[in-house]
Ligand binder design. Structure first.
Ligand code: BES
Ligand code: MN
Ligand code: ZN
Length: 508
């Protein structure tokens, strides 16, 4: 094939930069180019010297009242950014947002400083505060620039965080964890932002081999021949119209001392490198972001590169189901019937409902493992309907097990990658009937996020299972606190947190 891209393109550019996050005392803050000064919307101004001499009236005259979301720059030897803290004491989530707002307001500064003393004194746990601040700063400064001839973004060289002497140890733990989580979210964003031509299934598998090797994972790559050998009819059917080979990547994290009794979690990710819709071609406006249709697989890979550093104690197996969904003379036709691994047949009534086809193969493989997983979680940019139902800020979860749903909700709360559970309502199952096959791959006009999950449920073989539909949350079209315009990397932090806290659901 003609080379139309620079062969030296690095699909994970954000891994090349490491922000230093250091603990300091209040005295170190002025050494930075910019520092934050949190100001709440009511009560006295803080007693720190960066506000000394100023009154609320003067700040208000400049348009700053302390409302959350507001920032006001006060230039000097050190740029002081007043950051609205709202009326409530900070939670981890609102602190992450406030630090992101600070970072954006100081976007020309490579050295930043934040005093968390007051925030911690007001009740926020020191570890959580340092974690959220680390994430908020690094994620807000993210930009995807390898394809610009001139990079403009000033990366953060050093972030200084001041805490009281007695909180240093806890804060350091938060920083260490925040650095890992920010790194994997950046990696997932890189993968989402990379165009389909720059990151195809083969490239992503190669990257998984490289990153897995660096982070203590076993990585197995399945090429087209191996995929045929395994009988992955869903993945092959979606790939049929493509000029590029599919890949399945199996990742395995095994904690030290693991035995057959160690909890085992399986993660399955939709890796559609570009979703044209296939023969059921998408209209132009709906195709614009479809290079990000691999964010499920991206989140699986990115999250798993963190497990060893996070000290995860469960065995985690990842299945990345990667291909693009293209149309050609070879493409799957509407009405074709595919045989998923394990033998169930599916009538493809719409080639644009392709994610569930590749996920089905992955889910079946996960259920077949000798050490059967205690839970399977799949993650996928699966349905436009999930966006309709919950809007752009929240991913849909569905599950056959309340404990898995609850563990996902907890991880979502901790990471502020929000989810909301939809019902896996069996009564809609009949919408998936096919006249000539076991199942149809579409479920009709209504409740498309639910019927998609009901389709997947046909393959989970009663293993406790959760499903995360991230279609709505894969991208933002403008900067939104710590989410930078473009791919959000949604799911990487969520899955890392979920896997690290994972507990086997009890029998019933
Ligand atoms: N990748 C899309 C879903 C999607 C839409 C993700 C918008 C992100 C943003 C998926 O493959 C798809 O096309 N789903 C169809 C299913 C339908 C044909 C049953 C959809 O949602 O329209
Ligand atoms: Mn599609
Ligand atoms: Zn898709």
């Amino acid at each position: 094939m003609t080379v139309v891209i620079d062969p030296s393109f690095d699909p994970a550019p954000s891994l090349a930069h490491q922000t230093q996050v250091v603990l300091g005392s209040a005295a170190d803050l002025d050494a930075a180019a910019a520092r934050a000064c949190f100001i709440s919307a009511e009560g006295d101004l803080p007693s720190c010297e960066c506000v000394s001499g100023l009154t609320r009236d003067e700040l208000a005259a400049a348009g700053f009242t302390g409302k959350s979301g507001q920032t006001l720059r006060n230039p000097g030897d050190t740029l002081v950014v007043f950051v609205g803290a709202g009326k409530e004491p900070f939670t981890a989530a609102t602190l992450r947002d406030a630090v992101a707002n600070f970072t954006r307001a100081a976007n020309e500064s490579a050295t930043l400083a934040i005093d968390l003393g007051g925030v911690i004194a007001a009740g926020l746990d020191a570890r959580e505060a340092a974690l959220a601040a680390t994430e908020g700063a690094i994620l807000a400064r993210y930009r995807f620039e390898p394809l610009k001839s001139e990079a403009k973004n000033v990366l953060i060289e050093t972030l200084t965080i001041a805490v009281a002497e007695g909180d240093r140890e806890a804060a350091q733990q938060g920083i260490d964890r925040g650095l890992v989580l920010a790194r994997i979210a950046g990696l997932a964003r890189d993968l989402g932002n990379a165009p389909g031509r720059h990151l195809n299934a083969v490239n992503l598998a190669d990257l998984a081999v490289k990153l897995g090797g660096q982070t203590g994972l076993e990585v197995e790559v399945f090429d087209r021949a191996a995929i045929m050998e395994l009988g992955l009819g869903g993945l092959l059917g979606v790939n049929a119209g493509s000029a590029e080979e599919p890949r399945m990547v199996k990742l395995r994290y095994t904690p030290e001392g693991a035995t057959d009794a160690t909890p085992h979690l399986a993660l399955v990710g939709k890796g559609i490198m570009f979703d044209s819709g296939g023969i059921s071609l998408k209209p132009t406006h709906a195709m614009g972001s479809m290079k990000m249709d691999m964010m499920g697989a991206g989140a699986v890979l990115a999250s798993m590169t963190a497990l060893s550093e996070l000290g995860t104690t469960s065995i985690v197996t990842g299945w990345m189901m990667c291909t693009d969904n293209m149309l050609s003379g070879n493409a799957t036709k509407v009405g074709d019937v595919l045989t998923i691994r394990g033998g169930k047949t599916v009538e493809v009534k719409n080639t644009d409902a392709e994610g569930r086809l590749v996920l089905a193969d992955g889910i079946v493989l996960a259920t077949e493992e000798a050490h059967r997983p205690d839970a399977i979680v799949d993650i996928a940019t699966l349905t436009g309907n999930a966006m309709m139902a919950l809007g752009l800020g929240t991913a849909a979860t569905l599950a056959n097990n309340d404990q898995i749903a609850a563990q996902l909700a907890t991880a979502a709360e901790v990471t502020d990658e929000r989810v909301w559970r939809l019902p896996l309502d069996d009564r809609y199952r009949e919408q998936l009937k096919s006249n000539i096959a076991d199942l149809s791959n579409i479920g009709g006009t209504y409740a498309g996020a639910i019927t998609a999950a009901l389709f997947l449920n046909e393959f989970v073989d009663d293993v406790p299972w959760g499903h995360i539909d991230i279609a709505a949350t894969m991208e933002v079209e403008r900067d939104d606190v710590w989410r930078s315009n473009g791919s959000t990397g949604f799911g990487a932090r969520l899955l890392a947190e979920f896997a690290t806290a994972f507990e086997k659901p009890s029998q019933d």
